[in-house]
Ligand binder design. Structure first.
Ligand code: SF4
Length: 330
């Protein structure tokens, strides 16, 4: 199967509904054509500025509109961030993502500090990703000049369901930022969240949007909702593992060269369930030194436990910048 950008929703739905084991077999086969199936990229997420976000994303512990256990924290200093990144690198991490709970980037001294962090963490030999909210083309260019490898900006859900989850910005705001990043050589990371109360049609519609971006996002995180007390989505039902695997396999089949990241919510999955996700085409995880992803509300397995799991499954941690070589070779 080649890379396509003209997917119809009906085709994606038919893939999503393929009998389960057949779907995994097809996804595993395509995975092997485009990726080294023995390699998993391990990423580390650092919250460089936490909480007090003016946006109203219904799932988020960092929105100032909801009373959650997350305590706001100002922008971390560069030394702290570089130390966390170095420790991550020593544990096999090849990509560090720095997240700030901002609606958008402003051209101020805080952004200058982030640019400095990008430079220093990149100098460690790591892929650096940032997720800082909305971005202008000029800001994307400044991040590119600092050495940024990837920019994360998730679509979260379908265009149809988006306004149920977030009212403080629109779907086209999201797509605009992705487009601004595309005016540079910074790669795009964009995916979504399962468990927001969306239908299967919404999942298909989000995948349809992602798979018709030309080029596809180089990185597609699939998150499972971490239900945060105090947010409007605190009582959502759990997402069945079958749906998680279907989503990963469908993403793998329609965006074959992209990295598909099994992201938030992994801590709740058994090793056997995670193995199914890897078989279905997930080739990246987030791991941690502190037991959580961005905030304490999203648990995350530790480096040692993940190394053990990868050993058990006969998998290895992928070195940095391999996907760049892979795309060049296509
Ligand atoms: S997801 Fe991001 S933009 Fe939305 S409330 Fe949380 S920190 Fe703010």
């Amino acid at each position: 199967m080649g890379i396509r950008y003209d997917w119809q929703k009906e085709e994606i739905r038919a893939i999503y509904d393929t009998p389960f084991l057949e779907l995994i077999y097809q996804a595993a086969s395509v995975h092997r054509q485009y990726h080294n199936p023995k390699q998993i990229q391990v990423c580390k997420l650092i919250s460089i500025k936490t909480g007090a976000c003016p946006e109203d994303c219904s799932y988020c512990a960092q929105s100032s509109r909801y009373k959650t256990e997350v305590k706001p924290q100002a922008l971390l200093d560069k030394e702290t961030v570089v130390n966390i990144a170095q420790q991550a690198k020593n544990s096999g991490v090849s990509r560090v993502c720095m997240g700030a709970a901002w609606r958008e980037v402003r051209d101020n001294s805080q952004f200058d500090q982030v640019l400095d962090m990008v430079k220093e963490v990149t100098a460690l030999g790591l892929e650096v990703c940032c997720t800082l909210g909305m971005l202008t083309e000029n800001q994307a260019k400044r991040l590119e000049a600092a050495g940024l490898y990837a920019y994360n900006h998730n679509l979260d859900t379908s265009p149809e369901y988006y306004s149920t989850i977030i009212t403080t910005r629109t779907y086209s705001d999201r797509l605009n930022t992705i487009n601004n990043v595309r005016q540079t050589n910074v790669t795009v990371c964009s995916g979504g969240i399962l468990g927001l109360g969306e239908t299967v049609e919404d999942r298909v519609s989000m995948l349809h949007t992602l798979a018709n971006l030309d080029p596809h996002p180089e990185s597609v995180p699939i998150n499972i909702l971490s239900k945060v007390q105090g947010t409007p989505l605190e009582n959502q039902p759990d997402v069945p593992i079958w749906d998680v695997v279907r989503m990963i396999a469908t993403a793998r089949l329609i965006m074959p060269a992209s990295d598909v990241r099994l992201s938030a919510g992994r801590a709740k999955l058994s090793q056997v369930e995670q193995a199914l996700c890897f078989l279905a085409g997930a080739n990246s995880i987030f791991s941690s030194d502190d037991g959580h992803m961005l905030t304490v509300t999203t648990p995350c397995p530790g480096y040692d436990a993940d190394q053990e799991m990868l050993n058990l499954l006969g998998l290895e941690m992928r070195p940095p910048f391999v996907s760049q070589q892979k795309v060049a070779a296509l």
